[in-house]
Design a binder for this molecule. Structure first.
Ligand SMILES: Nc1ncnc2c1ncn2[C@@H]1O[C@H](COP(=O)(O)OP(=O)(O)OP(=O)(O)O)[C@@H](O)[C@H]1O
Length: 338
């Protein structure tokens, strides 16, 4: 089911939460709505679900205006961070619930067969008789997804579904969700404020700031070509350097950074830890700290002007506090300063 948002606006009292958002979600696509707290992600999701109405603009399901489609007929399945399971029902009863109350009547056997299929799909075979308090948080969210899938939704809406879980469980669950999505091909809208989660999971990432879409594209596109300082910073660790540009070269902290696409004038330059090389280039730096991680060494350095940068090095690198060298910025995202 293709979903189209056309210039959708939503205001709460006098506060405009969504400012004319337009977006096309192709049938079978998995889109992540990514933005900081308060950027309007949940409000957009709730409008697609039919739980909130747009003040103006339209939302189409296929080519039909969704305003005329009541929530229960939209064919949407939800999973929310705090959309608790019914505590007095077993896992199997929770999954069966939607089928029992649906307009489409199913026999007891049909429901039981579907519950068994869904338990297998979410890899919880054998846990159907447990109650929600007898399973882990990650398992509960898998039950919530099974419950959402039980009524064969045409669209799946997920609002920070893994938000309350610890980092390792989150990572496992998003890989698993992607597999399920690839298997079922349901059009999916996933809301998160976690850039790693969005980039890991989605076909396309839509980045929101204060109720507006500021950039959208595949994870590769938004990572390679962030279109603003906001997106660059929001997508991950980035240090900011400021300096004057002449003929495609910026002067920063006693050295230079190549910025071929920028006009002459003052610029802000964002560099990520993976974009820096130690022992090359012309920016003098001194190591102030080395942080060891399972996948490598994070080295903190201070530049001549007091700026602190961090860079990533392989685990076997021999480097220690007090070492002095020059740095090269291999890749940077640079923007003219107004
Ligand atoms: N029912 C409401 N009444 C008044 N203001 C609201 C209402 N719902 C949302 N807002 C406001 O609209 C803005 C957008 O909220 P929304 O929940 O869509 O953001 P979000 O990006 O999902 O944030 P979060 O990640 O914190 O959930 C916020 O400033 C919020 O306070």
């Amino acid at each position: 089911m293709k979903i189209t948002l056309d210039t959708v606006v939503k205001t709460f009292d006098t506060f405009r939460a969504v400012h004319g958002v337009s977006l096309e979600i192709e049938s079978g696509e998995l889109i992540a709505l990514l933005g900081p707290s308060g950027s309007g992600k949940t409000t957009i999701l709730r409008m697609v679900a039919g739980l909130e109405y747009a003040d103006s603009g339209s939302i189409l399901f296929g080519d039909k205006d969704a305003t005329d489609i009541p929530v229960r007929d939209r064919g949407v399945g939800f999973v929310f961070q705090h959309y608790a399971l019914f505590p007095h029902m077993t896992v199997a009863e929770n999954i069966a619930f939607g089928m029992k109350v649906s307009k489409r009547k199913r026999s007891r056997e049909e429901i039981a067969t579907r519950v068994t299929e869904l338990l297998a799909l979410v890899r919880l075979e054998g846990l159907g008789d447990r109650f929600p308090t007898q399973i882990s948080g990650g398992q509960r969210q898998r039950v919530a997804l099974a419950r959402a899938l039980a009524v064969d939704p045409r669209v799946l809406l997920l609002d920070e579904p893994f938000g309350a879980l610890d980092a390792n469980v989150r990572r496992d669950l998003r890989r698993w969700l992607r597999e399920i999505h690839d298997q079922l091909g349901i059009t999916t809208l996933f809301v998160t404020h976690d850039q790693e989660e969005a980039l890991d999971l989605a076909d396309r990432v839509v980045i929101l700031e204060q109720g507006r879409i500021v950039q959208e594209g595949t994870p590769e596109e938004v990572c390679r070509r962030p279109n603003s300082p906001f997106v660059t910073k929001f997508l991950g660790d980035a240090h900011r350097l400021v300096g004057p540009v002449t003929s495609g070269s910026a002067r920063v902290a006693g050295g230079t950074v190549a910025v071929p696409s920028l006009p002459d004038g003052q610029a802000e330059i964002f560099v990520r830890p993976a974009d820096l090389s130690w022992g090359e280039g012309d920016i003098p730096a001194e190591v102030t700290r080395v942080i060891d991680r399972p996948d490598g060494r994070r080295v903190v350095v201070r530049l001549e002007d007091g700026t602190t940068l961090e860079l990533d090095m392989p685990p076997e690198t021999r480097i220690e506090k007090g070492d002095r060298q020059t740095l090269r910025v291999r890749r940077a995202h640079a923007f003219p300063l107004a």
